[in-house]
Design a protein around this ligand. Structure first.
Ligand code: NAP
Length: 484
């Protein structure tokens, strides 16, 4: 009996597992669905019961319009060729070997779950927080539902001047009433309502011309009610700040100038930009943050022309009692999957996972998004990035035909026999055998409806269920047979 080629017929579609239901994962799904002549069956796994990753748990609650991008992902998720398995933890509930045995191809789309550290004394004091966790908390991420960020501090420092820093500064400074009409986590809304924050310091180790934030996000700070944004005009005119005059820089400098001209208007809260400073020590008192020591920097051009901060030895202490580091995300290794520690990515060539020791591509494993290229770019950046990986995957599939259909890829690989791992029902059976309460797309829609109903009742876009058990209870409640 001959084995039908993979991906050429409905009887033998290309079976793909996507690990991670965020933007990069669903952009890869969409690219596979659009591939001409390809028959595909895709299972998307996520450790959380809810799909859409950073759209739900990263985009700030007062940026509802950005969240509309999830419509693209919902369309892909509703396609009959696509299934969702939420609440399934890769490495615990399913291993790399399981997926390689059950699917033709695995795409890792796990993003960057952790953050970079400042590596300075005092970083772990009470009141020194990671922006990754702070953002996850106010967005109702189940793993941070119990976290505690008491905003009884008056002065808070944010280290870094990227868009995550802008999000944190905006949320800390803006009136809580603005947040009450968003999908911010209920617990976080209460904390913001009681917040005593008056001054938010945004600390950049380089100058305004090197700010990583994008102009709309910067401009938005100047539009907040009852908030002054303070920028030292002298720092904007310093010739050492010049350089890298791309469009973003020119626009950012324009916005900084407007803010500097406006100055202090005596508003209730202030966002204070400080350039050319690096934190060197978090000061503590009784285990809590009691100040932040910063060193002034000068800029020097490196051999590559990039302006680098160089400490002058001149220090000062900022009177803050909380510090949020927003200096970039970091991917974490996945059990059994190659990882490049230095760059915090899964090593790859155009999305094809590479074994770093042998320098060879691993057959059947691919990567997209932040785990592929590092934590940079906006949500839309993931579209071409995922398309590139899917092109690589399809080129490999085409190059492997016809042998891929009949032969094992390498001696160590399981044979590409038909059906690989027992067909479409196999993964659900395996999860059920392991007692994993997975959430399929219909179950997610029950959760979604429950949240939308709660939102409607309180004039908000949705009121999120912030714990996995609450989400599972919402599914059970909707599926319960109604007594007649
Ligand atoms: P980011 O854009 O890479 O910014 C990181 C910031 O931290 C930079 O200002 C960087 O300064 C600084 N930094 C790094 N190491 C530091 C250190 N040791 N000490 C002091 N400062 C340090 O990262 P992000 O803000 O986490 O954002 C990640 C990605 O998500 C970005 O592409 C961002 O645009 C995107 N995002 C978009 C939105 C939105 O569209 N609204 C919202 C959130 C995030 P240097 O430049 O000197 O390295």
């Amino acid at each position: 009996m001959t084995t039908p080629p993979i991906g050429k017929s409905e009887e033998r579609p290309l079976r793909v597992a996507v690990v991670g239901a965020g933007p990069s994962g669903y952009y890869a799904v969409a690219a596979l669905l659009d591939a001409a002549g390809l028959h595909v069956a895709i299972d998307v796994f996520d450790r959380l019961p809810a799909p859409f990753g950073l759209v739900r748990y990263g985009v700030a609650p007062d940026h509802q319009k950005i969240k509309l991008v999830s419509r693209v992902f919902e369309k892909a998720a509703r396609d009959p060729r696509v299934r969702f398995f939420g609440n399934v933890d890769f490495g615990r509930d399913l291993s790399r070997d399981d997926l390689l045995a059950l699917y033709d191809t695995v795409i890792y789309a796990v993003g960057a779950q952790s953050d970079r550290r400042m590596d300075i004394p005092g970083e772990d004091l009470d009141g020194s927080w990671s922006s990754t966790e702070f953002v996850a908390w106010y967005n109702g991420h189940p793993e941070f539902a119990g976290a505690d960020y008491p905003l009884h501090h008056r002065q808070v420092a944010i280290v870094g001047i990227g868009n995550v820093a802008m999000d944190c500064a905006r949320l800390l400074a803006r009136p809580a009433a603005d947040l009450a009409t968003t999908d911010i986590a209920d617990g976080a809304l209460e904390v913001f309502r009681r917040s005593r924050v008056t001054d938010v310091w945004v600390l950049a180790r380089r100058g305004p011309a090197q700010a990583a934030c994008t102009p709309p996000e910067l401009k938005e700070l100047g539009e907040l009610d009852d908030v002054d944004v303070l920028v030292d005009a002298a720092q904007l005119d310093d010739p050492a700040m010049a350089g890298e005059p791309d469009r973003q820089t020119v626009k950012n400098l324009e916005v900084f100038r407007e803010l500097a001209e406006r100055g202090d208007r005596g508003m209730a809260r202030r966002i204070r930009f400080r350039f050319l400073v690096s934190p060197v020590r978090v000061l503590g008192e009784d285990g809590r943050v009691a100040g932040l020591e910063v060193e002034r920097n000068e800029l020097r051009a490196g051999a590559d022309g990039r302006m680098r901060p160089v400490g002058t030895g001149d220090t000062e202490v900022l009177p803050v009692t909380a510090v949020i580091r927003a200096i970039g995300y970091r991917s974490l290794p996945l059990p059994g999957v190659p990882f490049d520690d230095r760059h915090s990515v899964i090593p790859n060539q155009r999305g094809r996972v590479v074994d770093p020791e042998r320098g060879e591509a691993l057959p059947r494993e691919y990567v997209v998004g932040w785990a592929k290229r590092g934590p940079s770019g906006l949500i839309g950046t993931n579209k071409p990035d995922s398309q590139e990986t899917v092109e690589t995957l399809l080129a490999d599939l085409a190059a492997a035909e016809p042998p891929l259909a009949a032969e094992p890829a390498t001696a160590a690989e399981p044979a590409m026999a038909e059906p690989r791992g027992g067909g479409p029902a196999a993964v659900a059976e395996l999860l059920e055998r392991r007692g994993v309460a997975y959430v399929d797309y219909e179950a997610w829609q029950c959760i979604d409806r429950a949240e939308l109903r709660r939102g409607e009742a309180s004039g908000r876009p949705r009121v999120k269920l912030c714990r996995a058990d609450e989400m599972l209870a919402a599914v059970a409640a909707e599926r319960q047979p109604v007594d007649t």
